[in-house]
Design a protein around this ligand. Structure first.
Ligand SMILES: Nc1ncnc2c1ncn2[C@@H]1O[C@H](COP(=O)(O)OP(=O)(O)O)[C@@H](O)[C@H]1O
Ligand SMILES: [Mg+2]
Length: 327
């Protein structure tokens, strides 16, 4: 029997950047799948390759200096890395859309939010301007922007950071995408606003039924939203499993360290969501990476056997770990 075609199947993805200091290996052989309607969290410290993975999926890596050097990104069985730009434009913002950390960089400052929303729908769905504007008002209501009939005429700089992120979510959902990639969607916001945006996203996820790739360094967000978790370190997946497995019994020493840096998972304190604290040691350099486990310099279990090539291995049903000490 042929294998079932996945909604999204990322396989062996590699992305690098040319810099004066050498080639930065930002993504080093990342593979994972996404099923319809599920939420997968990608977690890892800053610099682990989460954003580059997301940008590679949508072919938004600027070249030069970037280059996607290997792998495939199959959306419903079609490799996006092998398609032309016109095909990618028909996918982006339509079948797969993305929310970025800083909404101001992706909103056009010279256009009203209503026109920006209407434009996306006119482009992908052939709506008239009037239909587009009515749908824009409807979407602003869905993302709980008060008085949407008035706010459609606002420019982005008239809005607060939280309201702008709501507009970005509305734009991302405008064409009812099969996949929503959210890259640290609340990181740039105040903590109280962060909670409101997360609650909004939780509600909309059920309503729209999109699969979500939730990229974050906030384990609280993962605990609340994701069914499965991918842990990234130095451009590689070091562990993958269900949210329960990862939180109850983390296998990789890096995942264990991440979890130790968060005292009470999933809880919201008066100071806001728990953030990853520093794990001792420097994040591995991504230029001239030596063989072996990238985490070994910081790992309290590391021994000489960690210097050889270490593969991601199955560790139970659907669980993967890249560590020879536990596999
Ligand atoms: N345009 C670029 N030029 C050079 N290096 C880059 C570029 N974009 C990202 N990188 C590097 O790729 C690595 C992964 O970055 P990124 O995916 O943004 O990390 P994360 O999102 O996990 O914080 C980092 O070392 C970063 O410095
Ligand atoms: Mg990032």
């Amino acid at each position: 029997m042929p294998e079932a075609i996945k909604l999204l199947q990322v396989s062996g993805l590699r992305t690098e950047f040319r810099t004066p200091a050498g080639a930065v290996q930002a993504v080093r052989g990342v593979s994972f799948g996404l099923d319809p309607g599920e939420t997968v969290g990608i977690v890892g410290e800053s610099g682990s390759g989460k954003s580059v993975t997301a940008l590679t999926i949508l072919r938004l890596i600027k070249s030069p200096p970037g280059r996607i050097s290997a792998g495939s990104v199959k959306f419903r069985g079609i490799d996006l890395l092998a398609q032309d730009d016109a095909y990618m434009r028909s996918i982006r913002g339509n079948r797969i859309s993305m929310i970025f950390q800083e909404p101001m960089t992706s909103l056009n400052p010279l256009m009203t939010v209503g026109d920006q929303l209407a434009e996306v729908m006119q482009w992908h769905q052939n709506l008239s301007r009037r239909e587009g504007m009515n749908r824009a008002i409807e979407l602003l209501r869905k993302v709980q922007i008060p008085s949407p009939e008035k706010r459609v005429r606002d420019y982005p700089h008239h809005m607060s950071g939280g309201m702008r992120q709501r507009v970005m979510i509305a734009i991302a959902l405008a064409c009812d995408p099969a996949i929503l990639i959210a890259d640290e969607p609340t990181t740039a916001l105040d903590v109280t606003i962060q909670s409101q945006i997360m609650d909004l996203m939780l509600g909309l996820k059920d309503e729209f039924g999109s699969a979500v790739l939730m990229i974050t360094h906030d384990l609280g967000v993962i605990a609340e939203m994701a069914q499965r978790v991918i842990v990234m370190y130095a451009g590689q997946v070091v562990e993958a499993g269900s949210v329960y497995e990862i939180f109850d019994e983390p296998l990789h020493p890096y995942t264990q360290a991440l979890l130790r840096s968060v005292p009470k998972l999933g809880s919201r304190t008066e100071k806001g969501r728990h953030r990853l604290q520093e794990i001792p040691g420097l994040v591995a350099s991504l230029i001239n990476i030596p063989d072996g486990c990238a985490f070994r310099e910081r790992c309290r279990f590391a021994g000489p056997e960690c210097n050889g090539a270490i593969e991601l291995q199955a560790a139970g049903d659907g669980r993967m770990v890249r560590c020879i000490k536990v596999a």
